[in-house]
Design a protein around this ligand. Structure first.
Ligand code: TYD
Length: 177
């Protein structure tokens, strides 16, 4: 079992410390700034902000703020209280997850380490490399989870079984050594 770290970006005092993920046998701890990344290979991307009295603006360019070209955008919204999404990993897909509105938690797992990120700012993105198990929950009312993805939707790219994911991740880690 691995001690987990969670991203608590801000504001202080809203820490998710001590909550448990739905991942089997995983203990989750909070990860705190600075957002320089974590053992699960995920990292917070501090996106450009054009502040303006008329309203702020943030932009993302493939290959600049994120290490992939954007092939697809999707978003989760109208999530009922207490619901969670995700519960899968991808063989090839890379993603950037943004709390475009409201807040939610993203619990990521690389097969060894489990980390929870509490996203609550539109100018932070959470980068997820391939072979990362993720669960998204604790959605605030009216939140919007915006996802930029490196590939089109392909069901064959999914690992929906956690044990299958662990096998694939161990094989990939072994090959990389
Ligand atoms: P899925 O990625 O499985 O979301 P979750 O793990 O949160 O349930 O997607 C749910 C459904 O939506 C699934 O039937 C596939 C479909 N879907 C698309 O058709 N295109 C997409 O880009 C995405 C992300 C999902």
């Amino acid at each position: 079992m691995t001690e987990l770290v969670t991203a608590q970006l801000d504001p202080p005092g809203t820490s998710a410390r001590g909550r448990r993920s739905g991942l089997p046998g995983r203990r989750v701890t909070d990860w705190n700034p600075p957002p320089e990344g974590n053992g699960a290979g995920c990292r917070i991307v501090d996106l450009p902000r054009i502040t303006d009295p008329r309203g702020n603006l943030t932009f993302i360019e493939g290959g600049a703020q994120i290490p992939f070209d954007v092939a697809r955008v999707y978003y989760l919204y109208d999530v009922p209280g207490g619901e969670s999404r995700g519960g899968h990993a991808h063989e090839q897909l890379q993603q950037l997850i943004i709390a475009a509105a409201g807040s939610f938690d993203v619990v990521v797992d690389d097969g060894t380490e489990t980390v929870r990120f509490h996203l609550n700012r539109s100018y932070y993105g959470l980068y997820l490399p391939r072979l990362t198990w993720r669960e998204i929950g604790n959605f605030s009312t009216g939140s919007v989870c915006l996802v930029l993805a490196s590939r089109p939707y392909e069901e064959s790219d999914y690992y929906r079984d956690y044990d299958d994911f662990l096998v694939a991740r161990a094989a990939a880690d072994g090959a990389a050594r």
